[in-house]
Structure formats: C-alpha cells, structure tokens
Design a protein around this ligand. Structure first.
Ligand code: SF4
Ligand code: SF4
Length: 222
C-alpha cells in the first residue's frame, strides 16, 4: 500500500493556504481597516452575482452578497503573504529552515485566524458570519456611496449575465454601454477626484471586461 503522510494537527507555516489567495472580510474585521492594519489598496470587491470559488463548499457559486477580499497576486497568493526565500537567497550555513510569514500576522482577518487546514469547522463558522460591504466601510450617505449605487445600477452583474444568456442586438448594446460606463467612471474618479488607481478594485470591483469574461467561463460550465 502507498505510504500516506499523517494529516497535520498543527500549523506548520507552509503557506499553502495563503498562496491560495486572500480571505473574505467580515464585520469583525472592520477594526482592521479603522486601525489601518489593512488599507483600501489591499482590497478587492467581488460584486453580487459574480462567480467565485466557495472555499467551504468547494464549488463555484454566484455571490448573493458582495464580498470584500484581501487582494491576491499570481505567484505568492494573498498580498500579505511573504513567502520563504528561494534556496539561492538563504545564507550559507543557515540552520533554521526558511519559512514564509504573514505581514499582518498579529492582526489577521477572522477567516485566517480560524483557518486550520486539518479541520475546517472553525473556518466554516467564521465564514458564516456577516460579511463586510463597501457601504459599511465607506458610510451610506456620501458622494462615493452614491457613485457606487449608480455603478451597481448601470453595471449590475445579474443584468450582464442575463444579457450574455440571451444574446440579441439589445444585449450587445447593453454590454457595450455598461463596459463604457464602467471604464469612464474609473477614469473620472482618478482624474477629477484624485482617487488612486489601486483603490478602484475595492470601490468598483474588477473592470467590467474581466467580470464579463468570468461570467462567460461560468456559462460555458453550466
Ligand atoms: S493552516 Fe495553512 S500554513 Fe498552516 S499548515 Fe495548513 S496550509 Fe500550511
Ligand atoms: S492575511 Fe495573512 S494569514 Fe491571511 S491569507 Fe493573507 S498572508 Fe495568509
């Protein structure tokens, strides 16, 4: 019989979970934004209706509430993940095995604090608590909140999906209009309101062209 390694019973700091991507934020994480452990530039919003991989269910679902996540990068996963140094960068004679670490270890979000890859019970409980929304972070009565509501009206993901499912000339026009609106609003925010480009994934989510591509992939699978 092939040898099976024993499942882990404690965190070995291998970083595998962090390489899979950043966590979703929950209401208990609001304090981390207020004390600036986490900044807007570290975030991305996945909007209602977007297809996402549900870590607990292990399947792709369409979001029924928006999800604010810590941003990820292709090679190292979560943007706070500091991977172990490459072999050639380890000083000669070093006896300590190199390990990666979390740049906000002392202030990590609730999902990360609950994550034990050998037992997902606590993670499922943390993931089931209410998620943070953009308006809970920004406040509901201000110009930015108004712009976000307008963007949701013109660029609702459910409308994009409906138009992709029943392609007609009107649908093509809607997709074109929504994509143009989304791109123009991103330019306007940077040029007229001095919003940094790296805040846009949090404020408006992914560019609409990317959302449309992910919806097409989801449709191809269903
Ligand atoms: S919890 Fe994450 S870092 Fe710890 S052993 Fe499991 S995969 Fe590795
Ligand atoms: S916040 Fe820290 S613990 Fe959580 S996924 Fe990112 S690097 Fe890992």
């Amino acid at each position: 019989m092939p040898h099976r390694p024993n499942p882990p019973s404690h965190c070995r700091r291998c970083g595998t979970c962090c390489r899979k991507g950043g966590p979703a934020l929950h209401q208990a994480d609001l304090a981390l934004l207020r004390d600036k452990s986490i900044h807007r530039a570290d975030l991305i919003t996945l909007r209602v209706g977007e297809p996402v991989h549900d870590q607990v269910k292990g399947q792709i679902i369409l979001l029924d509430a928006e999800c604010i996540k810590i941003r990820s990068q292709d090679e190292t996963g979560c943007c706070f993940h500091q991977p172990a140094p490459a072999r050639q960068d380890i000083p000669n004679g070093s006896t300590t095995p190199p390990q990666g670490h979390c740049a906000i270890h002392e202030n990590k979000p609730v999902e990360c604090a609950a994550l034990k890859c050998w037992d997902t019970t606590d993670l499922a409980l943390a993931a089931g608590t209410p998620r943070l929304s953009r308006l809970e972070i920004l406040g509901k009565d201000n110009a930015m909140a108004e712009l976000i509501r307008d963007h949701e009206t013109h660029c609702a993901v459910a409308d994009l999906l409906r138009h992709l499912q029943t392609p007609t000339q009107k649908s093509a026009e809607h997709l074109r209009h929504a994509t143009t609106y989304d791109a123009a609003l991103r330019d306007l925010l940077q040029e007229k309101a001095a919003v940094p480009a790296d805040h846009l994934p949090f404020l408006l989510g992914r560019p609409l062209s990317e959302v449309i591509q992910s919806l097409k992939r989801w449709l191809a699978m269903h």
